[in-house]
Design a protein. Structure first.
Length: 202
């Protein structure tokens, strides 16, 4: 409830208590008004915006579904034929031009202005799994960011850019296993010890 609405509610109810003792009927009306304010406030709180998913264009919905299920282990939430939504919030759309009502030639490939990001606990195991996909185009080799996370970038079947990074909790554990102290890890990753502890306990 907003502070303004709450303040009004308190004022109305306080006034109602005093006025009920002095002028019964008027006090009753004030109470009614206060209750109406409360009801309207809760009704407003029940209406809100929520994020649903990100939809990407694919040429072959079946091939794209297989790619994301087998390589990333995604699970289907809803299957509408030309549209498939995964439980993680990613959705695939065949005939994207039809969906958004634009000419087919306006649906661009390899735009390189966004990426789909995953984190993997067994990063080295994922790299070995990736080798089975001989047709994948890579955007460079594995790199290690200044904060210690290793990542690999490549394109999916429809040339959407994908990043797979080492799970951040595993990065911290790797540093600690190498003999680094929490203070040293904190300095390396530019993250507070408190946040590192939360990450390790998550």
């Amino acid at each position: 409830m907003r502070s303004g609405s709450y303040g009004k509610m308190v004022n109305y109810i306080t006034a109602a208590v005093h006025l009920t003792m002095e002028i019964g009927q008027y006090g009753y009306k004030v109470i009614q008004k206060a209750l109406s304010e409360i009801k309207n406030s809760y009704r407003l709180r029940s209406v809100y915006m929520k994020y649903v998913c990100t939809v990407i264009s694919v040429a072959d919905i079946s091939a794209a579904r297989k790619f994301y299920e087998e390589l990333f282990g995604l699970e289907v939430y809803q299957d509408y034929g030309r549209n498939i939504a995964f439980t993680c919030g990613l959705a695939l759309q065949q005939d994207f031009d039809w969906l958004v009502s634009i000419p087919k030639e306006k649906v661009l490939k390899k735009s390189n202005n966004a990426e789909i990001v995953f984190e993997e606990q067994d990063f080295d195991g994922f790299l070995n799994k990736l080798k089975a996909y001989s047709d994948i185009e890579y955007l460079g080799e594995v790199i290690e960011h200044s904060w210690g996370q290793r990542v690999i970038r490549f394109y999916d079947l429809d040339e959407h850019l994908i990043e797979v990074g080492e799970d951040m909790q595993m990065v911290v554990k790797r540093f600690l296993a190498s003999g680094m102290t929490m203070e040293e890890v904190s300095a390396k990753m530019d993250v507070s010890i408190e946040d590192l502890t939360k990450l390790l306990n998550s």
